[in-house]
Write a protein that binds this ligand. Structure first.
Ligand code: ADP
Ligand code: MG
Length: 352
């Protein structure tokens, strides 16, 4: 007789639940950097410094000058599904990068996390958590804002640790995330520092806060992030259709790249890697570019938050438009129009 033992249904403990969730939220060091910088931006920071060592595997530290947290906030910040950004009544009405209340809980479950923070009118305090229950809130020294330090990422999930790439590749992915967020928020100053060599480390990326309206600030930031060359070869895009507004810059076909490294797409201020939008970008350039070339562009779609769902995946980098055809059509027609106009100008210059 086969003696099958009856399975026992267990309620997993908080640590296990958080490690499972972390698998979706924190794929690699760059995902941790993304979550922490987004938190700093949501806190209204004007200056953010990101430091990392060994591709973020041993250390990630994000410091900001945002509104900070009170000592009483700290344990809640670490609790799963605890957030100050939504009240849960309307999951489409989202105006912040965060809303799931999962990032800090996840990071604390898979690494050694220390949060130090100070809100105006309160004392500075810090709390630690490493793969289990958070420790006590203790007094700390900090003049304002928040410092989040994450050491030994994935020490609690060795399987994930094995999937990480070289320090160099992970550092590159961190740089990529920081650049995308730098484009999303041109009024914020960002510094990226590689501490691997010890001491003060080496600044690998720095942008100072841009001034002026968003369009001017974006142009300035575009030059800083992608190089003057891109900015000089970019066409300004500004189009609207049925409540969807598209702004930004698209590079002339002559400035195209052999890889899709210079494509920045944002929906309501959030950097996204969305197949629909990437496909639309490609389609817009189809008549102007060879198959092996990739267009360079930084495009922002803005719309009523109810027209787009950002709650598609825990990493929040995919979106669903209520009317996907509308978003695609807007990109394709606005870019084709701009590119055709530019071609026209170029040829009439030659003719004249
Ligand atoms: P979410 O961003 O989805 O709310 P997180 O786990 O990333 O979830 O953060 C939980 C809460 O901790 C946030 O809602 C916010 O109130 C607080 N918090 C996190 N990071 C910061 C920060 N850098 N400055 C101020 N508050 C922060
Ligand atoms: Mg967050």
């Amino acid at each position: 007789q086969i003696s099958a033992t009856r399975p026992v249904i267990r309620q997993l403990d908080e640590g296990a639940i958080n490690r499972i969730a972390a698998g979706e939220v924190v794929e690699r060091p760059a995902s941790a950097v993304k979550e922490l910088v987004e938190n700093a931006l949501d806190a209204g920071a004007r200056r953010i410094e990101v430091a990392h060592a060994d591709g973020g595997k041993t250390l990630i530290r994000v410091s900001d000058d945002g509104v900070g947290m009170t000592p009483d906030d700290l344990p809640l910040a670490l609790a799963r599904h605890a957030t100050s950004k939504i009240d849960g009544s309307d999951l489409l009405d989202i105006h912040s990068f965060g809303f799931r209340g999962e990032a800090l809980a996840s990071l604390g479950a898979v690494g050694r996390l220390t949060i130090t923070s100070r809100a105006e009118g309160h004392e500075a305090a810090s709390v630690r958590v490493a793969g289990g229950a958070p420790g006590p809130v203790r007094p700390a020294a900090l003049t304002g804002g928040t410092v989040v330090e994450l050491r030994d990422l994935f020490f609690a999930t060795p399987a994930r640790l094995k999937f990480l790439r070289t320090d160099r590749a992970e550092a590159q992915a961190i740089g990529d995330v920081v650049k995308r967020l730098a484009m999303a928020e041109p009024h914020v100053g960002l510094t990226l520092r590689d501490l691997s060599g010890g001491g003060e480390g080496r600044v690998t990326f720095r942008v100072s806060p841009e001034t002026g309206d968003l369009f001017d600030a974006l142009y300035g930031r575009l030059g800083q992030v992608m190089g003057r060359d891109f900015a000089d070869n970019a066409l300004a895009i500004d189009a609207e259709r049925e409540g969807l507004r598209l702004t930004g810059y698209a590079a002339l076909p002559t400035y195209s790249r052999g890889a899709a490294v210079a494509q920045f797409l944002f929906v309501n201020g959030r950097p996204v890697r969305d197949r629909l939008l990437i496909g639309a970008l490609r389609a817009a350039y189809a008549d102007f570019l060879g198959r092996d070339r990739h267009p360079a562009a930084a495009l922002f779609i803005a719309c009523d938050p109810h027209l787009v769902d950002v709650n598609v995946h825990p990493a929040k980098s995919e979106v669903r438009f209520r009317d996907p055809g509308l978003a695609r059509g807007l990109i394709v027609s606005a870019l084709r129009h701009a590119l055709a106009g530019a071609g026209h100008r170029a040829s009439s210059t030659v003719a004249g």
